[in-house]
Design a protein around this ligand. Structure first.
Ligand code: F6R
Length: 611
């Protein structure tokens, strides 16, 4: 959601900022803009609604300015028009700013500034900021001091970048909420909302903390707090390969990320599986065995796909660690005054580590005394810094808006975590543990095998692309996968889809079944197989078109299902990681056939940093 880039250096800022914004497109946006500071007392500001190409077409890519800021906007206050696109300027044109977040007191500030004679030209909350800085400068403050003073008046959350037209050697930035990362180069310094735009230029980064103000120059960055005190933030090295954030021959990021799952799961498991049988799970957690043993209950909070991972996590933790788990939508949990008895661990599952609701739910639980753990894909993200402990999923950058590899790696981490807590509590049977560990080791090879089934899934996509509704059914740990399959289809192909526990079908959804409704059935050979089979016989008796996903060699759906895909025989508790992959591919290919924008579906943002 909204993206910021900034550059101060020796290269032409225009192309660099445009390319940087391009790599942030995945976050979701509906307008964009760039301000270049040539150092002659005036900015060159270009803005455009719609896709970045509109902005690119309006700009001179060879512009010699070596300082600038850019922004992709996902509309919150004010429509996605060119006038509302960032950067915003003060009326005298001397200050420009880009902003992620919301200034909650902007109406009040606007009125105050208007009374003082200042004027506004947009409907946005952001404009109050450059106008306020300019106002303080007219009163005699220098740029930096005016920036600090204006920040002191802002209520709400923000990541900000700001320039002064007469100051060609300085870019000011501030963070309170949405992330900002500084990239350090040779004679050049970069700013961005996340590390992805920085990877092409540098791996040396500094993550700003809440309340930090940064002054970027061509030789680096100085960081201070609102009260003016200086702070040092550690320089970190980002291990990702820059090509990890490129499409690399695939048509879309989503397709690439589906295909990356064997490697992603290997990376998740690297150094986290015991070498010798009987050894403890080497999952690096700051909780002692005694502390894990003392856990009375676990609350999992998350949104969307990560919430589905939480539902599988509940199943695994309750089975392996015999500890009660509640799973909540973070947006509900944060406002329902949750009861948090002593001995509660809250686990926030979040790919981005920036989802506002998940962060707030974790904070709420921490205030009520819970221990906190984040399962996250983004190193240095807010969730990993706010929680007492974090486990990184190591899926690599996920650019497609629809989550794929982040989800399966979350499931792998949850399996390890359930085993680790179960070990500490003495509830895991050693043979069962070895069987699951062996299953985890074999997963990458099984996922490779599933990727090879893409042609068959493409035929399904061709056949079912025109359906207007889909029903997904599963039981036990496959029920969340039914939900996830339905969500994937909805979000990228805009086809209505529902996921249900197969046993719940006759309590309502069975009324939907007719010859036009594809029913995607997840039926591995597990304890629920017979029950699921009889639910599917009921669906077939009502002419439902059944697409079955079954264990290799299982012919139970012959004569019942219209299409069947056979999947490798794995431990039933690892089946969610396998069964979701064909569902991702099915959604992907249906969306492509329907001409949808797969990587940036309408109205969606990759990291949802507002409520
Ligand atoms: C769906 C999807 C979203 C996210 C949700 C939470 O494909 O990607 O539903 O799962 O917005 O995001 P994170 O995991 O970043 O907290």
């Amino acid at each position: 959601m909204c993206g910021i880039v900034g550059y101060i250096g020796h290269q032409s800022a225009a192309t660099l900022l445009l390319d940087g914004l391009q790599t942030l497109e995945y976050r979701g946006y509906d307008s964009a803009g760039i301000a270049l500071a040539p150092g002659d007392g005036a900015f060159r500001v270009t803005r455009a609604s719609g896709k970045l190409i509109n902005l690119r077409n309006k700009m001179d890519a060879q512009d010699p300015a070596t300082l600038g800021i850019g922004h992709t906007r996902w509309a919150t206050h004010g429509r996605p028009t060119e006038e509302n696109a960032h950067p915003h300027r003060s009326a005298d044109g001397k200050i420009v700013a880009v902003h992620n977040g919301i200034f909650e007191n902007f109406l009040e500030l606007r009125k105050e500034l208007q009374t003082l004679g200042e004027t506004f030209s947009s409907e946005t909350d952001t404009e109050a900021f450059p106008v306020m800085v300019s106002h303080f400068m007219k009163a005699g403050l220098g740029f930096r001091e005016a920036f600090h003073r204006a920040l002191g008046r802002m209520e709400g959350i923000y990541a900000l970048a700001c320039l002064h037209a007469d100051d060609p050697d300085r870019l000011l930035a501030a963070r309170s909420g949405p992330p900002l990362v500084i990239g350090l180069g040779e004679g050049e310094t970069f700013l961005a909302s996340d590390v992805v735009p920085l990877l092409r230029h540098t791996r040396r980064v500094i993550f700003l903390e809440d309340g930090d103000i940064a002054e970027l120059t061509r030789t680096g960055a100085q960081i201070s707090r609102l009260d003016g005190s200086r702070v040092e933030r550690p320089e970190q090295h980002i291990p990702y390969d820059p090509v990890a954030a490129e499409k690399g021959g695939f048509k879309h990021f989503m397709q690439k990320e589906i295909f990356e799952q064997p490697q992603a799961i290997s990376n998740t498991l690297l150094n986290r599986l015991p070498i010798e049988p009987g050894e403890p799970i080497p999952l690096d957690l700051p909780f002692s065995n005694e502390e894990l043993k003392a856990l009375q209950r676990i609350h999992i909070v998350a949104c969307g796909t990560s919430w589905h991972a939480g539902l599988v996590g509940k199943f695994l933790i309750e089975q392996l660690a015999r500890t009660a788990v509640e799973v909540d939508y973070a947006s509900e949990y944060r406002y329902r005054e949750p009861v948090i008895p002593e001995g509660t661990l809250i686990i926030g599952i979040t790919q981005s580590g920036e989802t506002a609701d998940t962060l707030a739910a974790m904070k709420e639980a921490a205030l009520r005394g819970a221990r906190t753990l984040a399962i996250c894909n983004v190193m240095g993200s807010t969730a990993t810094r706010a929680a007492e402990a974090s486990i990184l999923t190591h899926a690599g950058p996920e650019i497609g808006v629809a989550s794929t590899k982040a989800f399966t790696t979350q499931l792998a981490v949850l399996t390890l975590l359930a085993l680790r807590i179960g070990e500490a509590k003495g509830t895991v049977n050693p043979a069962q543990k070895e069987e699951l560990l062996q299953g985890l080791r074999e997963l990458p090879a099984h996922l490779e095998h599933l990727n090879a089934l893409e042609p068959q899934i493409m035929r399904w996509a061709q056949k079912y692309r025109d359906a207007s509704d889909f029903l997904y059914l599963g039981r036990g740990p496959l029920y969340p996968i039914a939900l996830e399959g339905a969500l994937k289809l909805k979000e990228i192909s805009y086809i209505h889809a529902e996921g249900y526990p197969a046993g719940e079908m006759k309590h309502g959804p069975i009324a939907l079944i007719d010859k036009n409704l594809p029913v995607v059935a997840l039926m591995p050979k597990d304890a629920h197989r017979e029950k699921t089979l009889s639910n599917l016989q009921e669906a077939a008796a009502r002419d439902g078109r059944i697409l079955g996903l079954v264990t290799q060699g299982d012919h139970g759906l012959d004569g019942i299902a219209e299409d069947v895909l056979e999947l490798p025989d794995v431990h039933p508790w690892l089946a969610p990681i396998l069964y979701v992959l064909p569902l991702q591919l099915l959604s992907y290919h249906i969306a492509v056939l329907r001409g949808c924008d797969v990587d940036q579906p309408r109205n969606l943002a990759k990291s949802v940093t507002v409520e």
